[in-house]
Design a binder for this molecule. Structure first.
Ligand code: ATP
Length: 234
């Protein structure tokens, strides 16, 4: 767990300005939801944090260490940031245990850590199952367990519940939130779903046209929505 600080990050693809100066701080051990409509720049922001893209300007710091600045970037493998994608994150030929321990090297504590994170996501006892024998929701739980396993400084979740039906989403949201909290993870969850952001996050950052236009606890967005897109749903 670590503090994530993003300052004035900009990124363009040809003539499309995907990020127009993003400022965002995620305090150590908290979960922030980046909420915005399609095309707001959410995925581009995650890709810059993970190191898959290099910002054109601005900087990204993790616990004070600068990992990205104008045109220069620490490679993704040296940032050790975990990403939970929308779906399909698991290695199909590896068991649940194999998936969860994949990034843990040969540490003697890997079995204990795998048991801890599987318990956190409600899948104790599922170690030997193969991914194709799990429901979509269970697969996403394994993906979260795998992300948490190596104690990454930051966990990024990109619309992680999108492929699931409504009832399952609500349950999974609650459990994933609890798992992230219990493990003390610093996490950024991207979503276009207002209800999801309001229910899952300690803080919400509303993103529009490549900028964070408002951020704060969910109550603030209820009370004083600064953006018409937010005012429309609270
Ligand atoms: P969604 O919720 O639909 O995934 P988003 O908020 O994640 O949207 P991004 O995917 O970050 O938004 O896209 C922001 C803008 O940048 C969009 O206009 C998009 O078309 C553009 N864009 C993103 N990636 C690329 C790319 N590789 N090449 C060109 N344009 C891109």
């Amino acid at each position: 767990m670590a503090e994530l600080r993003i300052t004035d990050v900009r990124k363009a693809y040809d003539r499309i300005q995907a990020l127009s100066g993003v400022d965002l701080t995620v305090r150590s051990g908290t979960l922030v939801a980046v909420l915005g409509p399609s095309g707001a720049g959410k995925t581009t922001l995650l890709r810059c944090i993970a190191g898959f893209e290099t910002p054109d300007a601005g900087e990204i710091r993790i616990d004070g260490r600068r990992v990205a600045t104008r045109g220069a970037s620490v490679p993704p493998e040296r940032r050790r940031i975990a990403v939970v994608p929308q779906e399909g994150a698991l290695f199909p030929h590896l068991s649940v245990l194999g998936n969860v321990t994949y990034g843990l090297g040969r540490s003697a504590r890997r079995a204990g850590r795998a048991a801890t994170v599987l318990e956190l996501v409600g899948l104790a006892g599922f170690e030997g199952r193969m991914p194709h024998h799990l429901s979509g929701g269970q697969q996403q739980r394994v993906a979260v367990a795998r992300a948490l396993a190596p104690h990454p400084p930051v966990v990024l979740l990109d619309e992680p519940f999108n492929a699931l039906d409504a009832a399952l989403r609500a349950e999974l949201r609650r459990d994933v939130r609890q798992a992230l909290r219990a493990d003390g993870a610093t996490a950024v969850l991207v979503t276009h779903d207002q209800a999801e952001a309001l229910s899952v996050a300690e803080e919400i950052a509303v993103m529009r046209d490549g900028r964070i236009v408002q951020s704060g606890p969910p109550e603030l967005l209820y009370r004083e929505p600064a953006d018409p897109w937010v005012a429309g749903f609270v």
